[in-house]
Design a protein around this ligand. Structure first.
Ligand code: MN
Length: 739
């Protein structure tokens, strides 16, 4: 161990001792000996190697193993695999070596982890797919992978900003939803908080200080709220702990962001948690409901806001009783009621339920979930990215429960429709669905179901899947099945149309050459021959003008020339916004300069960033830099899928160029409010108005301002002034310029 200093060797041994202390309580001597063997082997394999932070490499697998043991509660096989997880990736040793030393099972897990390790390539989606394939083989691979990611997130500080951005984006996109789905709430929260901190450092800091400022007041209010509950529960002889929990910073930020609200406008900032020491004589469910009843005696509940996850636990095993009540300060507060056992499951997910010895026992929710993934993987022939999107959609969706006429219970994501249920039951039922009877009432296929609905699917023999269904379904399963069916239909139409077109040309004695088809395509203003064939096949195009079309001469040469030059000019204009760039140094922030003659970037149309916005750059296929707002949802996707093409970016001072920006206004109408708004804008010399739209109805006033503006500083100033106008409730920037 000559390569490490004494202090470093001490650090390694300390890490290992911590791990030993953690597992010694649970593992017998034989297992402990195997752990020791794994440590000795990994330690010598990684000797001399360091992480980016400068620490000895072995510290990382040891800390991952500690997470696996402590937070996930997994057994010796997993702990050993975690210690060895980077050996094959980073050293000369092979999976066969691991197999010879530690057996088949450990080797298989390490192999799975190795395949998923290292720098994720641009085909992140493919990687996930691979990962999920592995998931159905052995859940431990994915659990250890999550632990690995957690430790990497904890040590993200030592990487350069562009790497932080990429890794935290991946984590938000992929690992946090996975952890959520596996019921690992604590880990999911930590992954999200860390990602938030590294992905949006500025906003993270702002929110952190804002929350910190309010802490004293918040604690006072919480104690006031909790006191009567504590007293009442004590009177009834109910043993419990009452704690409170602030919503995570990431979910606060997400809510502020998606709903466009300020911190003060978030009403469920706090949750109160009552954790019961359950008595053995009565069912846990009854005890929780008793507490619910006592709480709602003190504070009135919000109608329809009681969530019973005990009678029907969530798919990831979560059990709890939630109620939102009106607190003494006139604010809604969520109260969560659960037993100690339920709390453990809530914190540690399935790991608290099951031991992972070999395979998993059947008949549990996790199995059913994995079953569904397997189903999805088997059915999906789509582009890996599309698949990922759908899969993710299903990961995060909250659930409703509906019943078949025979009382079978079906769990579905919120906003599921009749079509979703039909496909959930059977694909034939989906393909032929014409509607349903929901609670004995007739509804169309697009009808959105409510929790507890009873659904009887109605079918017709001649029904076929409709393209519009793709826009109404929520489950990945239905989406996949519909797409498959449509693809098949389309293929049939195409074949049929091709035959019809060819027959028609032959009947007219026309030449069967590419040019003939081109003429027809041109006549109907279509893009290509496939489009022509499928529209003919579907009966949209009748071909009764075919004779005239074939007789028509093609355009004269002048028109053709004009067409080409004009089109080329158009194309040039579209592309000339930014020159292709070579040699971008990704490690340094890309500097955005205000020099109209040499602009080497394009501003994305999806989020319309303006100077001063927190932005990132995406290097497109043509080596152009496209600037997105950091929180743009398109950028989020690019970050997760093509992280290696993302660079950080910084603005210089912008004072000359102006950018179109939109501000929406709302408030109470009063005489002169419009002229006051326009007055303010016209007085500002650094802002130019393009269009202004105002609308009033029932005393409510709404406005849309389209302005040319230099930078965010000017914009903030204007918004500030607008907000001061009497009657204006809200003036805020709108990202989308064209909805
Ligand atoms: Mn690792």
């Amino acid at each position: 161990m000559a390569q490490f200093t004494k202090a470093e060797i001490r650090q390694i041994n300390d890490c290992y001792d911590d791990l030993v202390r953690e597992v010694a309580k649970r593992f017998d001597g034989e297992r402990m000996a195997k752990v020791q063997k794994a440590f000795d082997f990994a330690n010598s394999a990684h000797v001399g190697l360091r992480r980016k932070s400068g620490e000895p490499y072995i510290v990382h697998p040891l800390l991952v193993a500690a997470i696996v043991a402590r937070d996930l509660g997994l057994g010796a096989t997993s702990v050993i695999a975690a210690i060895l997880h980077d050996v094959v990736e980073d050293t000369e040793y092979t999976v066969t070596d691991i197999k010879n030393m530690f057996g088949e099972q450990v080797a298989r897990i390490v192999d799975g982890l190795t395949k998923l390790s290292g720098e994720m390539d641009s085909r992140q989606a493919l990687t996930l797919r691979k990962m999920l394939m592995t998931l159905s083989d052995d859940v431990r691979v994915i659990l250890i992978k999550i632990a690995d990611r957690l430790h990497n997130m904890r040590t993200l500080e030592s990487l350069p900003p562009y790497k932080q951005l990429k890794i935290s984006s991946e984590t938000l996109y992929l690992y946090a939803p996975l952890a959520h789905r596996l019921g690992l709430y604590t880990i999911k929260n930590e992954l999200e908080e860390l990602s938030f901190r590294f992905k949006h450092p500025e906003e993270y800091r702002n929110l952190f200080y804002q929350l910190h400022d309010q802490e004293g007041k918040r604690n006072y209010l919480v104690n006031q709220f909790i006191k009567p509950i504590r007293e009442r529960l004590a009177d009834e002889g109910i043993e419990c702990t009452v704690t409170h929990r602030l919503k995570s910073m990431y979910s606060i930020w997400e809510k502020m962001h998606t709903k466009g609200v300020t911190l003060d406008e978030i009403y469920d900032l706090l949750a109160i948690r009552i954790i019961l020491k359950a008595k053995s004589a009565v069912s846990e469910k009854r005890q929780c409901f008793e507490v619910l009843s006592l709480v709602t005696d003190i504070y009135p509940p919000k109608p329809d806001r009681i969530r019973d996850w005990i009678t029907m636990p969530r798919a990831n095993g979560y059990e709890s009783l939630h109620v939102t009540v009106m607190g003494p300060q006139g604010k809604w507060v969520e109260v969560q009621i659960r037993t100690e056992r339920m709390d453990r499951v809530a914190e540690y997910g399935f790991a608290a339920h099951y031991k992972y010895k070999g395979g998993i026992s059947s008949e549990n929710e996790l199995d059913r979930w994995i079953e569904r993934i397997r189903d999805h993987l088997a059915n999906s022939e789509h582009d890996a990215f599309e698949f990922l999107d759908e899969f993710k959609m299903n990961l995060f969706a909250s659930e409703i429960v509906v019943f078949t006429p025979k009382g079978r219970l079906i769990k579905l994501p919120t906003n599921s429709t009749v079509v979703d249920v039909a496909y959930e039951i059977h694909s034939d039922l989906g393909n032929k669905c014409i509607g349903a009877k929901v609670n004995a009432k007739l509804v169309p296929p697009s009808h959105i179901l409510q929790n507890g609905d009873q659904v009887e699917i109605l079918t017709a023999e001649n029904q076929t899947p409709q393209p519009v269904w793709l826009t109404v379904v929520t489950t990945a399963k239905a989406k996949t099945k519909i797409k498959d069916a449509l693809k098949q239909q389309n293929h049939q139409h195409l074949e049929m149309g091709k035959e019809m077109v060819e027959n028609a040309i032959r009947d007219l004695g026309g030449p069967m050459v590419a040019n003939t088809i081109k003429k027809i395509v041109g006549h109907y203003n279509l893009n290509n021959k496939e489009q022509l064939f499928s529209q003919v096949g579907m009966g949209i195009i009748q071909l009764n003008e075919l004779e005239q079309i074939l007789k028509k001469k093609s355009k004269n040469k002048f028109v053709k020339y004009w067409d080409i030059t004009f089109k080329r000019k158009e194309k040039l204009e579209a592309d000339s916004e930014a020159e292709p760039l070579k040699n971008i140094d990704k490690r340094k922030p890309f500097i955005l300069r205000e020099n109209p003659d040499a602009i080497d970037y394009t501003l994305a149309k999806c989020c319309n960033p303006i100077p001063g916005d927190d932005v990132i750059g995406y290097i497109s296929a043509g080596d152009q830099v496209i600037i997105h707002k950091r929180d743009c949802h398109i950028a989020e996707k690019l970050l997760a899928s093509q992280g290696e093409n993302i660079i950080t970016a910084e603005w210089t001072k912008f004072k000359k160029l102006s950018y179109l920006t939109r501000i929406s206004l709302s408030g109470f109408d009063r005489l002169g409010i419009v002229s006051e708004v326009t007055n303010i804008i016209s007085k500002l010399h650094n802002i130019n108005m393009r269009t202004v739209k105002f609308d009033t109805h029932d005393g409510i006033f709404e406005g849309d301002l389209f302005l040319y503006i230099h930078n965010t500083e000017d914009l903030q100033q204007l918004i500030h002034q607008l907000n001061k106008i009497k009657g204006i409730e809200k003036a805020a920037r709108v990202e989308n310029l064209y909805d």
